[in-house]
Ligand binder design. Sequence first.
Ligand code: PLP
Length: 337
Amino acid sequence: MDFSSLGFGYIKAPYRYVCKYKDGQWGEGYLTEDDTIVLSESACVLQYAQTCFEGLKAYRTANDDIVCFRPDLNAARLVSSCKRMVMPPFPEDKFLEAVKTVVMANKDMVPPYGTGGSLYVRPFMIGTDPILPVKPSGEFEFRIFVSPVGPYFKNGIKPLTLRIADYDRAAPHGTGNIKAGLNYAMSLYPTVEAHEEGYDENVYLDPGSRTYIEETGGANILFITKDRKIVTSKSDSILPSITKRSILQVAQERLGLTVEERKINVSEISSFVECGLCGTAAVICPVGKIVDQSHQPVFSADMDKAGEVTMKLYNALLDIQLGRAEAPEGWIFTVGK
Ligand SMILES: *Cc1c(COP(=O)(O)O)cnc(C)c1O
């Protein structure tokens, strides 16, 4: 395995974990080398998208342990996604065991410390029953596959340019707060359009009033004020990012920064001095520019490098994740050696 040339695509690892739900209960989970799933053409997931997923990383720390960052929160978030999708929650302790099992089975694919790479872990669940009328499946498959990925910032940390989308990501009281595939299906069209127009990503507004900043298609957003306060969106229709929750805690407890979680009006973002996107993949990715629906800049910052506070937050969380700084209790889950 050449870890230095890894990008961000799917690479087939030797093993995946599978567990099936039938007759009202989860069976024994097992590892398999089979990367295919055979389904009825009328399976609920294929016709009505009854599926949800999680995303986390396993990586090597400075002491060469293989660890995951707060996977208990992924387990809990999957439960809330399952409930909303009328799927049987996968038990949280079983989830952690499964992550451990599948990562250790593929441990030769975990990139070494220092390469910046990691083993991306993708748990997901699908409704497998053949159905025709719209109704929930009765049988399900939970699966975790892994894929080695390279460092997110391979060519240096480069600020992104975002556009405020004319499309909505989630309906009020809809599914914006769960990790369901359907939230991504509908984002494909606006994403392709944004790329065609030369932007990296869309920023979505609150679907009710289209006045407040929500998040992008796959990451939460935060801003920094002139006096170094962190301002981040509060809304029922954004996905509760584990990375963001961790960054906010570290910012307050370790860096002594003030955090405001509140509605952010589009009209105020020009007054902010830094902006970043938070998610598992990048930790925090700086944003250099945001334009509105008529391509007019509404936020501008350095396009060559990340801002000072953004960089501080990035380094503080990365040091905790990689074992270079002491982690708050329970944040680092040891998978093995
Ligand atoms: C997964 C995801 C995030 C990031 O969540 P993390 O737990 O930090 O990886 C943010 N927004 C959306 C829409 C997501 O799907």
